[in-house]
Structure formats: structure tokens, C-alpha cells
Design a protein around this ligand. Structure first.
Ligand code: NAI
Ligand code: MG
Length: 367
């Protein structure tokens, strides 16, 4: 059997800095657990524009379609702000998501005990929190037609269309049920079926797919109430599935329950490939952080935890994903902090590299 393949796209700003730490982790699993990957690296975003004049070269796109998983750092930066819309670094990322047809976006919100004080909510509301939001990523109001700004009488009208087909809802729902089966068999679907027909259809299709998963306890909630419940009592949830727009907002909201942007991983999954693995892109939630780029201050944990998600969802290495997450938890419990995680007085922050090294040391200690 060939080694599983991994395409690494560090991107811009702090992307390459955090990815360098992930490379250490990947090497650790190869050296210590016999988990060898065929790793290749390429350009995306501004880094690709600088070399190829486009934010994602066709060859890179083709490579992304072939590998078992793509791991991306971050794209963008002030240097590229004045580029034509179609050449902006973000377009490289959007092209990957679109052409790989990554319809299911997994955003965990997990509160590490050592960081519970960091949340804007009371400690007992978030301590031990571990939920997952599944956001439909390729359809809905961000893509529906008609869209645009049109003349209407003597004024203009801005139009976007919320549009979901049954099959689009069905595949998102199915990926959420599959996830619920691997976790605690509890799924809450959120829409606004009270005021939106697309929400009525969403609820109907999710309910129908749910019949195939009788073990999963399915509930439905209006998304506005969902937002309220997320900040009131987030631990009532396990897996949440919702559409693109509500998912964009609810996942940011849920994620921030746990503290820093520097801690948040994500996965975007598509249909299964010939080898049974889903098309997959893993990336931290944060951007290229130009304000701290090049200073060794970036927290690499979001990117490291994104690789843990790859271990779990692309490579069926759940135990090794647990090991990596436990290593991160230990490092945090030991008080190791990058600058973004400073709350307490008198703690000296570690650098990006030192944080990566600390996670590797915790992995060593786990053997
Ligand atoms: P950002 O996520 O890059 O930064 C927001 C704030 O969080 C900054 O103060 C930054 O220093 C801090 N931060 C982010 N990640 C951190 C980390 N790992 N460790 C420590 N601190 C961290 O978002 P912003 O500033 O809105 O955007 C900056 C650039 O990134 C823009 O060009 C934007 O388009 C791009 N961007 C790219 C994304 C992606 O590649 N997926 C997502 C969001 C923004
Ligand atoms: Mg967002």
C-alpha cells in the first residue's frame, strides 16, 4: 500500500510559520508511529500570485484533486488588497473549496480546561465544552441566483437568493449524521422553517435522512434561538448541522466561546474518492495575521489541531488524533502560552517554534 498523500499549502503571512510546526508533528508520527505520509508542498494565495500571477495554479489545483488530504495555512495580506477581485489570494482558497466540491464544513468548538478562564462566558458554562458545527459550504444564499444589484424604478435593489436543492441538503445532513454516529449520537439541525421555505425543506429532508440513523437523537431548532442557546448553555449540544449563512455566523459564535482564534481548526469534506476517503481540506480558522507575521508570535495550535482532524477524518487514525489533542492539552495545562493566550500576569509568552517543540515533547512523553 502506498503511503497516504498530503498536499501542504502554507500560503501567506503566518501560514508558513504555523505550517513549519505542523511539519514537525507530521515527521514525529512518521518516525514514532510508522505513520508515513507522502508530503508535497505548493503555493496558494499571494505566494502563488507572486510566482504564477494567479492565486492558485492549475497544476496545484490538479494536485489537490489527487491527494488524500490538503492542509492549508492561511492566505491574504495588505500587499494584495488592491488586486483585481479575481486575483485576490482568497480566490485561491475559494477555488479549492469549489472545485473539490467541499460541501461539509466541520468546525469544532472545544474548550481546553486550561483556557476556560479565557472565554468571555463564565467558566462553568464552557469548561469541558466539546461540540461540532457542520456548515453546508457550497450552496445557499452565498451562491443562489438571481443575485446582484439592479435598478428598480428610481432606486437600486440588492438581491441574493437562498436556494437549496434536496440533494444538497441531503448530503450535508448525511455527513452530519455520520459524524454524530462517531461522536455522541446527538444532532441538532438549525434553520428558520418558521419564515423561510428553504428552511421548511431543510427540516423535511434532515428528518427523512434521520430515519436511516435511528440511533441518533435528532432535534430541530430555529437558528436565532440556536444562537441564543449557544451562548446560554452550549453544552446542551453535540453536533449541530445548518446551512451556509447560519453556519457562517453560528460557527464563529460557537468557536469564540473557547477563547483565541489561534486555537481553532476546521475541516472541509466532500464526496468519497475511489479509495473511500472523502475529498478533504484542513485549515485553521484564522487568517494570515499580517499584524504579527514574521515575528514568531503566531500560535500554531489551530493548524496543529487541523492536522489532528486530518488524522481522524481522512486517515482513520482516531487514536493518534486523540494522542495529538492530548499533547496539546498537556502543553496548555503546563502553562505554555503563545502571546495570544496570555491572560494571567507574569507569564512570559513562548514563540511559535517553542510551542511546536513543546507539543512534540508532549508527544514524546505520551509513548
Ligand atoms: P486574522 O485571522 O488574520 O487575524 C485576526 C486577529 O487575530 C489578528 O490580530 C491576528 O494577529 C490574530 N491571530 C490570528 N491568528 C492567530 C494565531 N494563529 N496566533 C496568534 N494570533 C492570531 O484575520 P484578519 O486580520 O481579518 O485578516 C488578515 C488577512 O487574512 C486578510 O488578508 C484576510 O483576507 C485573510 N484571511 C484569510 C483567511 C484564510 O486564509 N482562511 C481567513 C480570514 C482572513
Ligand atoms: Mg466567517
Amino acid at each position: 500500500m502506498p503511503n497516504p498523500s498530503l498536499l501542504i499549502l502554507p500560503g501567506d503571512g503566518i501560514g508558513p510559520e504555523v505550517m513549519a510546526e505542523v511539519r514537525k508533528i507530521i515527521d514525529w508520527f512518521g518516525a514514532n508511529q510508522g505513520l508515513k505520509f507522502d508530503v508535497s508542498e505548493d503555493l496558494v494565495g499571494g505566494a502563488a500570485y507572486d510566482v504564477h500571477g494567479v492565486p492558485l495554479a492549475d497544476e496545484t489545483m490538479a494536485k489537490a484533486q489527487e491527494v488524500d488530504a490538503v492542509l492549508l495555512g492561511a492566505v491574504g495580506g495588505p500587499k494584495y488588497d488592491n488586486l483585481d477581485f479575481s486575483l485576490k489570494p482568497e480566490r485561491g482558497l475559494l477555488r479549492l473549496r469549489k472545485e473539490m466540491d467541499l460541501f461539509s464544513n466541520l468546525r469544532p468548538a472545544q474548550c481546553f480546561d486550561a483556557l476556560a478562564d479565557f472565554s468571555s462566558l463564565k467558566k462553568d458554562v464552557v469548561a469541558g465544552l466539546d461540540i461540532m458545527i457542520v456548515r453546508e459550504l457550497t450552496s445557499g444564499v452565498y451562491f443562489g441566483e438571481p443575485r446582484g444589484i439592479f435598478e428598480e424604478g428610481n432606486e437600486r435593489v440588492g438581491i441574493n437568493t437562498q436556494r437549496y436543492t434536496e440533494s444538497e441538503i441531503e448530503r450535508a445532513a448525511r455527513s452530519a449524521f455520520e459524524l454524530a454516529m462517531r461522536r455522541n449520537k446527538k444532532l441538532c439541525s438549525m434553520e428558520k422553517a418558521n419564515v423561510m421555505e428553504s428552511g421548511v425543506l431543510w427540516r423535511e429532508v434532515v428528518t427523512r435522512v434521520g430515519k436511516e440513523y435511528p440511533e441518533v437523537e435528532l432535534s430541530h431548532m430555529y437558528a436565532d434561538n440556536g444562537a441564543m442557546q449557544l451562548v446560554r448553555a452550549p453544552k446542551q449540544f453535540d453536533v449541530i448541522v445548518t446551512d451556509n449563512l447560519f453556519g457562517d455566523i453560528l460557527s464563529d459564535c460557537a468557536a469564540m466561546l473557547t477563547g483565541s482564534l489561534g486555537m481553532l481548526p476546521s475541516a472541509s469534506l466532500g464526496a468519497p474518492m475511489a479509495n473511500g476517503r472523502p475529498k478533504a481540506l484542513y485549515e485553521p480558522v484564522h487568517g494570515s495575521a499580517p499584524d504579527i507575521a514574521g515575528q514568531g508570535k503566531a500560535n500554531p495550535i489551530a493548524c496543529i489541531l487541523s492536522f489532528a482532524m486530518a488524522l481522524r477524518y481522512s486517515f482513520d487514525q482516531g487514536a493518534e488524533a486523540d494522542r495529538l489533542e492530548a499533547a496539546v492539552e498537556k502543553v496548555l495545562a503546563d502553562g505554555v502560552r503563545t502571546a495570544d493566550l496570555l491572560g494571567e500576569e507574569g507569564v512570559t509568552p513562548v514563540s511559535t517554534t517553542q510551542m511546536g517543540d513543546a507539543v512534540v515533547a508532549a508527544l514524546d512523553a505520551s509513548l
